[in-house]
Every structure is written in C-alpha cells, then in structure tokens.
Design a protein around this ligand. Structure first.
Ligand code: HEM
Length: 209
C-alpha cells in the first residue's frame, strides 16, 4: 500500500499541476495544449496503464487490509475509545477510500472516457481537443460541483493519513526526517485538495471562462 500510495500521490501532483493551467484563464488554450501533450506522448500513455494498475492494486489492497482489521477483532471492545491514540480519519481510511472510489467512477466516465473513447465534442483555435470546454460545461451542474468539492474533502483527509503512513509502511522512519515528512504531508494534502476543489467552483462561478 505504501508503494502504490506514493505512486498515486505523485500522479496527483502532476494531475493537479496540469489542471491548474486553467487558471491562466486564456480560454483553456494552455490547458488544452498540456492535455494534448499528455494524451499523445507515448511514454505518458504507457504510464496510464501503470496508473490504472496501481490504482486497482491500491483499492484491492485497501479492502483486504480493512477486512483483515475487521476479522482481527470479531468481538468488539466493550469500551471503545479510538480517539485516545488515533485521529478519526486514520480509522476511516476504508470509508474515505470508498467515497473516493465513487468519485473516481463519475470522474473517469465524465472526462477520461470522453477524452480517450467517445470523443471531445469541440476543438480549440489551435486544433487541440477542447477538454477545457467539456470541464466548463460539466461544472455548470451544481450537483457535480458539490460532488467534486465534497470528494476533495475526502481526499484531503485520506491524504492527511496516507502521506506519512506510506513512509511508515515502507519502514522509512527517521528521528530527524519523519517530522519533516509529516509536515510536508499536511501541506501537500491541504494545498492539493484546495486547488482541485477551487477548479469546479471557479468554473461554476464563471471566474474562469
Ligand atoms: C477538480 C478536480 C479534478 C479535475 C477538474 C480533473 C480533471 C480531469 C480531466 C480533464 C481528465 C482527463 C484528462 C485526459 O484524458 O487528458 C482527468 C483524468 C483523470 N483524473 Fe482527474 N481531475 C480532478 C481530480 C482528480 C482526482 C482528485 C483524482 C484522483 C483521486 C483524479 C484522477 C484521475 C484519473 C485516474 C484520470 C485518468 C488518467 C489520466 O487521464 O491521466 N482526478 N481528470
């Protein structure tokens, strides 16, 4: 879980950076150019297979771990005080992951399937697929905006535990560096989730066109 988790964390960094090109606010030309590069570069396209395999493995491992934890204590504690030594989100990784899985099913079917299979309806002035226009259209729906914002809340908490936990799982514990990793993890989780959440909101409010 540590390795697939760190791999997904690095994917999210690239994904978030690329999507942030919408904030150039040039009608999506820069963003579409970035998306075109990602969609046509064969190295990136090959990585897409690794990405989906990694995602699947992470989900399967996550559920297996959750099941193991359940069966480890079939008879529950009479008195349970989980908050004594762990945060609620650390004990809810299965739930947070499931919420993210629901988000991913909607998300992939909205964008990735259109981009790779069913086709993007329009092209921009540079002749690139207008993925930006599809995003703007998608985020006119307040229900989808709400789903995205809520899901980015789940992502924030999933990462708040997952980032540092991945290093711990791999045994990378160090007196000096572990507190630094934890701090980077907190900043990473908050900044990435806020940036992602601000995208549908900005498009819904017409701040980015
Ligand atoms: C507001 C937030 C987000 C927006 C606007 C967004 C937008 C997009 C777009 C436009 C694509 C299609 C890219 C292409 O085919 O060229 C895509 C693909 C994808 N997104 Fe997102 N995304 C967001 C958040 C997320 C999050 C939080 C995750 C994971 C938890 C995620 C996972 C993926 C995956 C796995 C793909 C397919 C692989 C790929 O094309 O690279 N996305 N996203």
């Amino acid at each position: 879980m540590g390795i697939t988790g760190l791999f997904l964390i690095s994917f999210l960094l690239v994904h978030c950076f690329l999507n942030s090109l919408i904030f150039v606010n040039d009608g999506g030309l820069t963003f579409n150019m970035g998306a075109h590069f990602m969609g046509t570069n064969w190295i990136i396209r090959s990585m897409e297979i690794v990405l989906f395999a990694g995602l699947l493995l992470h989900i399967v491992q996550g559920y297996r771990l959750w099941l193991e934890n359940q069966s480890a204590r079939p008879v529950k504690y009479a008195v349970y005080n989980g908050s004594a030594n762990s945060k609620w989100y650390s004990r809810s990784m299965g739930l947070l992951g499931t919420l993210l899985l629901i988000f991913l099913v909607v998300h992939i079917s909205k964008f990735w399937v259109a981009s790779r299979f069913t086709g993007i309806p329009s092209e921009d002035v540079n002749g690139n697929h207008n993925l930006f226009a599809l995003m703007v259209e998608t985020f006119q729906n307040p229900l989808l905006v709400a789903l995205y914002v809520f899901s980015m809340g789940s992502l924030a908490y999933h990462l708040l535990h997952g980032f540092a936990s991945a290093f711990q799982t791999l045994g990378w514990n160090h007196k000096k560096y572990t507190p630094v990793i934890k701090a980077i993890g907190v900043w990473y989780s908050i900044i990435i989730s806020l940036l992602f959440a601000s995208m549908p909101i900005a498009m819904y409010l017409g701040l980015i066109k």
